[in-house]
Each structure stands twice: as structure tokens, then as C-alpha cells.
Design a protein around this ligand. Structure first.
Ligand code: SP5
Ligand code: ZN
Length: 350
């Protein structure tokens, strides 16, 4: 399995986030990708750079004015004499207008994001674009015959929707990979999101689609981010009715309960009979994650990798969350090594 990586991720750095009432340095930091890369190099994986995929590809899942906003936001900020990281200070909640985008930078931020944890800094756009290209390049490798590929994306993507950012995410890397597969020979694609947090952006993008199944295992939004989406009664709409499956799990979930939910997810994916699988691979389900409350251990990530490979599908794995940086490399490498071993052992019938 090849690994797609760009050093440009490191340009997204120095941001702050609002965490329990205090401004803290972002949990989502460059060392995450650095430690994953080092673990994968130690593990003998081949690292390749992303291709120069045209920016117009972003419009396959994102709104043009939203992409324009992300591209130009920081210049608008510095034009006003500011530096540091951009965070919003107001949002269009119930009772306020959703149909008008304010022309000012503060109102525009509140319009396009849904939290105060997702800073835009000088290098955010360059890094987010590189991450999107990593994901689409991994998808290209799979459409060209690789049985699996991994995109070491940073910043992550699954909280970003068609026209909003948030949850440390700006462009939806996994959705871009899924759409890339759709546009290059895969009639049906399943997205399995195993990040600790619900993939609200991916769900929104494919909500009314019957060609992309979205399945997510995550901590209950009753107490966990993103709070306002990810409940079990969300099933998709219109042609996409039944093509969204949420499996929220309680705080404290360990491998045994997680495995049972994973089996439900894999069974649903099997019934959908996809041509390819995209995995939103967050490892913030780890017991020592600083912002999460599941109890997966280092050896559980090899079990997860074997479970994902058992789907028997061409697979694009896309990095999402994971904030226990000391173990993040081992956990990601654990998934990928077990996946590669298991997938090689059970070739699919094509
Ligand atoms: C990609 C990804 O993993 N994004 C996660 C974004 C989470 N941002 C806010 C987290 C708020 C955490 N609150 C701490 C609760 C501790 N139980
Ligand atoms: Zn997460």
C-alpha cells in the first residue's frame, strides 16, 4: 500500500482554538503528520507525493464561493492589519438570517464555519489544498489498479461540508476521494468513517445521494463534538434515503463494543455492494486521546485494520483525527500494516 504525503501540511501551524472557555494552541498540529510519516517510513511503506490535481476538482464536492472564501480569507485578514489566527465570534443560529453572507470578514467567518476551534492561518489554504490533493491522488492510485492507498492528510476533512468548515477541517478530503472514485469508473462507493467524531461534513455532502453510502461509528453527539449531527435516526433523504447509517456509541466504548458496531457497519457496506471503499481513518478513538473518551488500545488498531480489509474492497484510507501524538504513528501504522497483510492474504474476485 502506497502512502501519499506532502510536507506542505506543515504550513498549517500556529493556530489557536477555543477549548473549554480558553484559547489554547491547536490540538491539530504538524507533529501529528510528522510522527505518522516517521512510523510509516520505519514500517517500510513507500511514500509518494500528491499529483498536481487541478483546483477545479474541489468543486466536485464544494461550493465555488466557499472555496473562494477559504483561498482568500487570510489575505482579507492581514489587509485589515491583523496577524495570528482567524477565529469567528458569531454564528447564524435559529432566528438569524441564513440567506445573506455578510461582506465583512468576521461575518463571513461566522457564515462559513460552525465552531471557534478551526483557525485559519497564513498557510492554511496551501496545506488544505495539498491534503485534498493527497486524498485524490490516493483515489487515483486505486482507480489505476492499486488495491489500496493511504493519504496522510493534514489538515483533516470529514467535518467540512459543501460550503462550511469546522472541526479542524477545511476541505473534505474523504469526500473528494469518494467523488474521484465515482468519476473514474466506480458506480457505487461506500465511505466508512471510524474517527471518534461524527463525519458531519461527509454526511451532508452525500445526504441525498444513492451512489455513495455513508456509514459512521462515533461517540454520541449528546455530549461529544460535533453535537448537532450524527444521531441514529439520520438515514439520508430523497434518493439517498437509507444511504446514511450512523452508529453512535457511548463514552468509554472499548474494543469489544466497537468491534460489534464495526460488524454492523461492514454488513451494511456489504449489502450496498460498492465498487470501492473510502475509510475516514481517525485514531482519536485511542484510550489516551486528550479530547476523546473511547478506550481502544494500540493492538486494537491492528484488529481494526484487519476488519477493514475483510470488506474485500479496493480501499482509499484517508487520515482524519488523532491527538495522542506520542502513539499516533504506531496506531496508524498498526491499522495499515494489518490491512495490507490481510488484504494480500485474501485477494478479491474481480
Ligand atoms: C478531525 C477531528 O477529529 N476533529 C475534531 C474536532 C473537535 N473539536 C472540538 C473538540 C471539543 C472537545 N471537548 C472536550 C471534551 C472532552 N470529553
Ligand atoms: Zn475526530
Amino acid at each position: 500500500m502506497r502512502v501519499v504525503y506532502s510536507p506542505l501540511h506543515a504550513r498549517h501551524d500556529g493556530g489557536v482554538e477555543l477549548h473549554r472557555g480558553a484559547l489554547l494552541p491547536s490540538f491539530e498540529s504538524p507533529v501529528r503528520a510528522q510522527f505518522i510519516l516517521e512510523a510509516l517510513q520505519r514500517g517500510g511503506f513507500t511514500i509518494v507525493p500528491p499529483r498536481d490535481i487541478p483546483e477545479t476538482r474541489l468543486l466536485s464536492v464544494h461550493d465555488a464561493e466557499f472555496v473562494e472564501f477559504l483561498r482568500g480569507a487570510y489575505a482579507r485578514w492581514t489587509d485589515r492589519g491583523r496577524d495570528g489566527s482567524m477565529l469567528p465570534s458569531g454564528f447564524p443560529a435559529r432566528g438569524l438570517r441564513q440567506d445573506h453572507r455578510p461582506s465583512g470578514i468576521h461575518g463571513s467567518m461566522g457564515y462559513y464555519t460552525f465552531d471557534a476551534s478551526t483557525p485559519i492561518v497564513a498557510g492554511t489554504w496551501v496545506a488544505a489544498l495539498a491534503a485534498a490533493r493527497c486524498a485524490m491522488t490516493a483515489a487515483a492510485l486505486v482507480t489505476e489498479g492499486d488495491s489500496a492507498a493511504y493519504a496522510l492528510c493534514r489538515p483533516p476533512g470529514h467535518h467540512a461540508g459543501r460550503s462550511f468548515y469546522g472541526g479542524y477541517c477545511y476541505l473534505n478530503n474523504a469526500a473528494l476521494a469518494a467523488q474521484y472514485l465515482r468519476d473514474h469508473g466506480c458506480a457505487r462507493v461506500a465511505v466508512l468513517d471510524v474517527d471518534y467524531h461524527h463525519g458531519n461534513g461527509t454526511q451532508e455532502i452525500f445526504w441525498e445521494r444513492d451512489d455513495v453510502l455513508f456509514v459512521s461509528l462515533h461517540a454520541t453527539p449528546e455530549s461529544e463534538y460535533p453535537y448537532f449531527l450524527g444521531y441514529a435516526d439520520e438515514r439520508g433523504a430523497g434518493p439517498g434515503d437509507g444511504c446514511t447509517l450512523n452508529l453512535p456509541l457511548p463514552l468509554g466504548t472499548g474494543w469489544q463494543e466497537y468491534r460489534a458496531a464495526l460488524d454492523v457497519a461492514l454488513a451494511a457496506i456489504g449489502r450496498f455492494t460498492p465498487d470501492a471503499l473510502v475509510v475516514s481513518l481517525g485514531v482519536d478513538t485511542f484510550e489516551a486521546d486528550p479530547i476523546s473518551a473511547f478506550k481502544l488500545t494500540v493492538p486494537d488498531y491492528a484488529r481494526l485494520g484487519a476488519g477493514l480489509a475483510a470488506a474485500g474492497l479496493p480501499t482509499v484510507l484517508v487520515q482524519e483525527g488523532g491527538y495522542a501524538v506520542a502513539e499516533i504513528g504506531d496506531n496508524v501504522a498498526g491499522v495499515l500494516a494489518a490491512f495490507a497483510e490481510r488484504q494480500t492474504a485474501t485477494p478479491r474476485n474481480t
